[in-house]
Design a protein around this ligand. Sequence first.
Ligand SMILES: Cc1cc2nc3c(=O)[nH]c(=O)nc-3n(C[C@H](O)[C@H](O)[C@H](O)COP(=O)(O)OP(=O)(O)OC[C@H]3O[C@@H](n4cnc5c(N)ncnc54)[C@H](O)[C@@H]3O)c2cc1C
Length: 141
Amino acid sequence: MPAVLSRTLRATVRGAEVYLVPRADGEMIVGATSEERGPDRTVSAGAVHDLLHDAMSVLPVTSELTLAETCAGLRPGTPDNGPAAGATGLGGLLAATGHYRNGILLSAVTADAVVAWLTGQPAAAEWAPFSPARFAAGVRS
Ligand SMILES: Cc1cc2nc3c(=O)[nH]c(=O)nc-3n(C[C@H](O)[C@H](O)[C@H](O)COP(=O)(O)OP(=O)(O)OC[C@H]3O[C@@H](n4cnc5c(N)ncnc54)[C@H](O)[C@@H]3O)c2cc1C
């Protein structure tokens, strides 16, 4: 497939953000919607419609491309939208999750913190507010 885009394009269409990302093989990714639906990975027709509509507004040639795949991923989040990282209170079990929209961005600093906890070193002080213990009151044993 010939590439129609050589670099990532970000735009706002009717108040909604859309991004178009070229892949090396010529395919292009259009993203993304965000909904609170739990672990449901089904793809809704309306979301595909809205994304394609917005992509065509930004890059009209999108309408001539083949729709190769639709997919939905998860952005694990917590009630206060902060990560849950550190000791869980269960012997030997650490948590490093709940990064919501920033899990890729925060993967390196999260890995540093996990290594520190596993080796008995202090993690960076910035992690203190994000202990899973802040949710302990709501956990049933
Ligand atoms: C469309 C989209 C765009 C995104 N864009 C960005 C971005 O630009 N920048 C950014 O920083 N972040 C982005 N994110 C968010 C990022 O992907 C997440 O924050 C990150 O993946 C969360 O990492 P995690 O390890 O906590 O959870 P996950 O990546 O969801 O990993 C959890 C893993 O646990 C496995 N699992 C689940 N249940 C079980 C079970 N019972 N037993 C065994 N294994 C299990 C799953 O299969 C999965 O492999 C995006 C997410 C989506 C969906």
